[in-house]
Design a protein around this ligand. Structure first.
Ligand SMILES: [Zn+2]
Length: 309
């Protein structure tokens, strides 16, 4: 069992570093262009409702509530895109960014925190987002290739279960979901606009990344999707952490796929298969179109590890 666990750790470490590298190379290729033009060639704004926009491009999708109370951002991508994000917001409104919610700790969702705080915004997140950022920083050593960010990036306000902003005529509630993509995830609903930002508990059109080393679990991610499905209707606009805008039907399809994958891997594991044997037996060929930085074997490994020992 020790060997199986070690192997699955290696595979997960590999997929996680592939994920980081993919993001890095994507970033680098655009950096010079961005600094030359001082505009926002990477980041696009799409209006999805009155006073509500989604910023797409490299990193996690950003939700933007913009109105007379100011701007409330759900996530803020990478530090290096902060100027572009602020440029796009300046095209939408003259109001300042007043609040930023991090759906979780990953740098493609929280990397712009320092720049947003410098503009006067309050950054908030689940308790575990800050706790993990602090412990990652404390584990940091000076020669670390990818150092964890310091206090300038950490959320200044944290909460345990829900946090509600009454802002721009909306009731905007951040709902914590335990042990899902990480152990510090929030999903945010806006009513009456009927919008939900799911953070990385939903990768639309891709196998999801489950950050098990940060307390995540595929079973929790499925529970998070079921929770959203219990809250929404056919008109709800669902913002995934990555991928295009989605509907309830799209999310139902995602839930069905993840439930099926977990069941297939559970059957293999319960029959005594090692991870390698499970990866041979459970090919996920029927879902190969969802492969990206998490491929079919990586997806099986995430499910296998989520089932414990
Ligand atoms: Zn993430």
């Amino acid at each position: 069992m020790t060997k199986i666990f070690t192997t699955s750790l290696c595979i997960l470490a590999l997929t996680a570093s592939t994920y980081a590298l993919a993001h890095d190379s994507h970033q680098e290729s655009h950096q010079d262009e961005a600094s030359e033009t001082m505009s926002a060639p990477d980041i696009s704004a799409e209006m999805i409702a009155d006073n509500f926009y989604v910023l797409t491009g490299p990193g996690g999708n950003i939700g933007v509530s913009a109105g007379e109370d100011g701007v409330y951002l759900i996530d803020d991508k990478f530090s290096r895109f902060a100027d572009q994000i602020l440029f796009r917001i300046s095209e939408i409104t003259d109001e300042p960014v007043r609040f930023v919610l991090n759906t979780h700790l990953h740098g493609d969702h929280s990397g712009g925190n320092a720049e947003m705080k410098e503009t006067g915004a309050i950054v908030f997140a689940h308790d575990n987002v800050r706790a993990r950022m602090v412990s990652n920083f404390e584990k940091n050593t000076p020669d670390t290739e990818r150092p964890a960010p310091g206090e300038e990036v950490w959320p200044t306000l944290t909460f345990s279960e829900t946090a509600t902003l009454h802002f721009n005529g909306q009731t905007a509630t951040a709902h914590h979901v335990p042990k899902a993509h990480t152990d510090g995830d929030s999903m945010v609903s806006f009513m009456p606009a009927n919008i939900v930002h799911m953070g990385d508990n939903y990768f639309n059109g891709l196998f999801p990344f489950v950050d098990i080393d940060s307390g995540g679990n595929l079973e929790g991610m499925i529970a998070a999707q079921k929770k959203v499905l219990s809250m929404v209707d056919d008109e709800t606009k669902i913002i995934p952490g990555h991928g295009p805008m989605a509907t309830k039907a799209d999310l139902e399809a995602s839930r069905d796929i993840l439930v099926d994958i977990l069941a297939q891997v559970r059957t293999a594991k319960d029959s005594g298969m090692s991870l390698e044997e499970a990866q041979e037996a459970v090919t996920l060929d029927e879902y190969k179109d969802l492969s990206s930085f998490i491929d079919q074997k990586g997806m099986v490994a995430q499910a296998y590890r989520s089932l414990g020992n």
